[in-house]
Design a protein around this ligand. Structure first.
Ligand SMILES: Nc1nc2c(c(=O)[nH]1)N[C@H]1C(S)=C(S)[C@@H](COP(=O)(O)OP(=O)(O)OC[C@H]3O[C@@H](n4cnc5c(=O)[nH]c(N)nc54)[C@H](O)[C@@H]3O)O[C@H]1N2
Ligand SMILES: Nc1nc2c(c(=O)[nH]1)N[C@H]1C(S)=C(S)[C@@H](COP(=O)(O)OP(=O)(O)OC[C@H]3O[C@@H](n4cnc5c(=O)[nH]c(N)nc54)[C@H](O)[C@@H]3O)O[C@H]1N2
Ligand code: SF4
Ligand SMILES: [Mo]
Length: 669
């Protein structure tokens, strides 16, 4: 008989669901939703359910592997840890500790994934990754405007008159918000969706606004021009709670609505309509991550923030510029876990520029990289560059559950535990503000070990084992110590399964901001402090017919690479059954121009790379738009990142993954 336990989804996702997991004979047999969870209420997605396959799959890595003469050989943990720690010791002695790079992303939302920081800081400080290919531009943008990136609590949209879903693929990536949108609509809210793709969320909308990818900032500028012309701006907020408005207004005066209509491909009458919508408060703006993955991505989010601000939609129930909720992650005592004071050397590369850093860095050169919770050879922009860089390292160590594209090129691959094989607490700083407890339910297969065990063993060999002389429970208590006065302890979580973090449900209610001036900053001082011009601008993407006409002539179509429905990034493609194909979704005008029909094979290419796939026609997508979902493995046709660029966005903290022009042609087969 199976026994059912509570657990939590570890995947990097908006929703951070509560689970009920059935275990029989020491194996996970079913993953379902926990009805008691206040936000996720018993509903989970296919990726969550498929975690059962992900933990039980026969393809799991079971033993440490070492590459010898181009082939992987099984070795003992003893040998793997001795050899890796010897290399760490030697590289540090010869070149300094920053000759080692820690490459990672956020594949696991567990609090104790932070122990990698504890290891690298005690080692002396390695080359670390800053910014984020995921949300970096938007986080930095909101930090400049408000002082931080905070969202309203999920149910708050029930107070909204209108809801604008701006570039978020809710039905696919944030399923519990979809349910809330349906509910808000029933209560009378009007829903607008702004997206180049007529996605499942757009189908729910009262009005769908199709836009040229990368031009949303300009659309926001057009709406603001109309708000100011019609006299709908919130005078009190602008005059007493913001700085830099006059300069910003002059910028808006420089540009005409006709120009905005031309570049955004959105009619002026839509701008006027949205100006009226925004003036009928409260309006909730739910921003997605797609539109900040452009060279102008930070400025795009700042212009949308500015629209929310001048229309008086900040700090009131039912309003907000909702992008992420950093408050959630800030609730934990991360420093107690990571011990940043222990590092004596430091160097950083942005997440976007890792490959370039590996190839070009001197003093010291990068000799070794350790990859945790990430699959850079599939997920980083410009795969060909990333592959060359990671393959050129003297020593590459990958800690993972599967033989990913990145693991394939490693010198050492270490098998790590998966969901339900270790205790942790899980949260996501993207949507809701509940933390979930996940107990250890089953033993890991083969010789797979926790990341924590691996760090401890390496620390013992490198002479700082005393900083790792703690149990998992000790670490969980350390990370939760900042929440003790709110009654949120490990014992509480073990018993109650989840807890509501002390996070403000309506941020910026008092219009006191965390910026240097304490006001909303149309012109950002924080930006100036890091040597950037903090003024808003009307910047365009880098790859467009307006900014690079000769490139656009060769490569006339905009390539998006949105998140896959059935996989979390690269984590499920190999478990979907059959051979996953590369699906090339194309707007109807491209199909017509290139005489392409459903199911035909095509080549999509630009100067960075090429990819072959099967055509699927996108109904109602913005003209000139192509999409290939991200995350696909090399053996199934390859990652779309063979085509994307590794440029940093305007504020240097984000990627330009969707700022990508391509061409397409029919293939004979
Ligand atoms: N199924 C599934 N869900 C996921 C994930 C997954 O891999 N699979 N990943 C999780 C993670 S880590 C993240 S970061 C989130 C991301 O969640 P989302 O932000 O919802 O997803 P994205 O796929 O990044 O893109 C969202 C939307 O942006 C639109 N878009 C692209 N460019 C533009 C533009 O220029 N303007 C406008 N207005 N829209 C644009 C796309 O058409 C798409 O509809 O999803 C999380 N949830
Ligand atoms: N073209 C394009 N590229 C994109 C995106 C896009 O929209 N378009 N989206 C970007 C976004 S938003 C994100 S967040 C990134 C995601 O990029 P990644 O986080 O690199 O992607 P994942 O596929 O989730 O891979 C993470 C790896 O971590 C492993 N892993 C899981 N749990 C653990 C653990 O506990 N310990 C260790 N050591 N390993 C573990 C998994 O097995 C997997 O191989 O991709 C980005 N790349
Ligand atoms: S992937 Fe997201 S929606 Fe799916 S079960 Fe996990 S947290 Fe929930
Ligand atoms: Mo992400």
């Amino acid at each position: 008989m199976a026994k059912v336990f509570h657990a939590a989804c570890p995947l990097n996702c908006w929703d951070s669901c509560g689970f009920k997991v059935a275990v029989e004979d020491g194996k996970v047999v079913k993953v379902e939703g926990d009805e008691d969870h206040p936000i996720t209420k018993g509903k989970i997605c296919g990726r969550g359910r498929m975690l059962e396959k992900r933990v039980n799959s026969g393809e799991r890595l079971l033993y440490p592997l070492k590459k010898v003469a181009g082939e992987f050989e099984r070795i003992s943990w003893e040998q793997a840890l001795d050899e890796i720690s010897e290399k760490l010791r030697e590289y540090k002695k010869q070149y300094g500790s920053t000759s080692v790079l820690h490459s990672h992303d956020y594949a696991n939302g567990g609090l104790l994934t932070n122990l990698d920081g504890r290891f690298f800081n005690n080692y002396g400080g390695v080359t670390e990754i800053t910014g984020s290919i995921c949300w970096g531009s938007g986080i930095e943008a909101q930090t400049w405007d408000f002082g931080d990136a905070y969202s309203h609590a999920p149910g708050d949209i029930m107070n909204s008159k209108s809801i604008v879903v701006w570039g978020r693929n809710v039905a696919r990536t944030n399923m519990h918000l979809y349910g809330e949108l349906q509910k808000a609509k029933k209560l009378g809210a009007t829903l607008y969706v702004i997206d180049p793709i007529f996605n499942a969320t757009a189908k729910l909308a009262d009005e769908y606004i199709s836009i040229k990818p990368g031009f949303d900032g300009l659309l926001a500028a057009g709406i603001m021009k109309e708000i100011l012309r019609l006299g709908f701006e919130h005078q009190e907020f602008i005059e007493n709670h913001s700085v830099g408005f006059e300069d910003f207004k002059s910028l808006l005066d420089e540009v005409s609505l006709e120009y905005i209509q031309t570049v955004t491909e959105v009619p002026v009458k839509i701008m006027t309509m949205l100006a009226k919508v925004y003036s009928q408060r409260p309006v909730a703006t739910l921003l997605g991550l797609g539109m900040q993955r452009y060279a102008n991505g930070g400025n795009t989010i700042r212009l949308i923030d500015a629209l929310v601000a001048i229309s008086g939609n900040i700090g009131l129930p039912g309003g907000g510029a909702n992008f992420a909720n950093k408050h959630v992650g800030q609730s934990f005592d991360i420093e107690a876990l990571t011990m940043p004071h222990r590092k004596t050397e430091s160097r950083t590369f942005t997440m976007m520029k890792q490959a370039e850093g590996i190839v070009n860095a001197t003093e010291p050169e990068v000799k070794m990289a350790i990859v945790t919770c990430g699959n850079p050879l599939t997920q980083l922009p410009d795969t060909n560059k990333a592959r060359k860089a990671f393959s050129s390292l003297e020593t590459l160590v990958v800690i993972d559950q599967y033989m990913t594209d990145t693991a394939e090129v490693a010198d050492y691959v270490l098998p790590v535990t998966a969901a339900f094989e270790t205790e942790d607490i899980y949260y996501s700083s993207m949507y809701h503000h509940y933390v979930n407890h996940g107990p250890k339910l089953v033993e890991p297969p083969g010789e797979a070990k926790t990341d924590e065990w691996i760090w401890t063993e390496l620390a013992n060999r490198l002479g700082f084992g005393e900083e790792f002389a703690y149990t998992r429970e000790d670490y969980l208590r350390m990370g939760l110590s900042s929440l003790a006065h709110d009654g949120i302890t490990l014992d509480y979580l073990r018993e109650k399964k989840f807890a509501e973090l002390p996070v403000a449900p309506i941020p910026w209610k008092d219009w006191k901001f965390k910026t240097p001036s304490g006001k909303y900053e149309f012109t950002s001082k924080a930006a100036r402090n890091v040597g950037l011009n903090g003024e808003l601008s009307l910047s365009l993407p880098t790859e467009s017919k307006w900014t690079n006409p000769s490139l656009a002539e060769k490569y006339p179509y905009s390539l998006l690479s949105i998140h896959p429905l059935r996989s979390n990034h690269s984590q499920f493609y190999h478990l979907l059954g059959g051979t996953p194909e590369v699906k090339v979704e194309i707007a109807e005008d491209i199909a017509k121009e290139k005489e392409l029909v459903e199911g035909e094979f095509v080549l999509v290419w630009n100067e960075r790379g090429k990819i072959r796939g099967k055509v699927s026609i996108f109904k109602k997508a913005h003209p000139g738009t192509i999409n290939i979902d991200e995350g696909n493995w090399q053996k199934f046709g390859g990652s779309v990142n063979q085509l994307t660029s590794d440029l940093e966005s305007d504020n240097r903290q984000g990627s330009t993954l969707y700022d990508c022009l391509v061409n397409i042609k029919k293939l004979p087969f």
